[in-house]
Design a protein. Sequence first.
Length: 116
Amino acid sequence: QVQLVESGGGLVQAGGSLRLSCAASGGTFSSYSMGWFRQASGKEREFVATINWSGDSTDYADSVKGRFTISRDNAKNTMYLQMNSLEPEDTAVYFCYARLGLTDYWGQGTQVTVSS
C-alpha cells in the first residue's frame, strides 16, 4: 500500500511561485510513475504533469507548459512540482498520484490559491 502526502500549497499573488512536494511511503518509490492533477472549485479534476520512474521523461498539460516543472528524488521518496508565473486560473486543489501497473494511489490534496 502506497501513502502519498502533499505539502507546499498556499496563497500567492499572480506572477509568484510555489513548490509542491509529494512524499511517498510504502512500496518501492522508484518503481512507479507519478504525477499531478488539480481540481478547481466546481470543475472536474484535470491532468497537470507526469514523470516516469527514473525522472527522465515528463509530460505537461498545455496550460502549464513553460511555467511548471515536475521532478522527483528517488533517494528521498519525494516528487515535486515547481510552479512559476502563477495565474489566478491555477487556483485549485492539487493532488499527486502514483501509478503502479493498473493501480493508482492518490494523496489528499493541497490547496493553491493565486490572487490577482
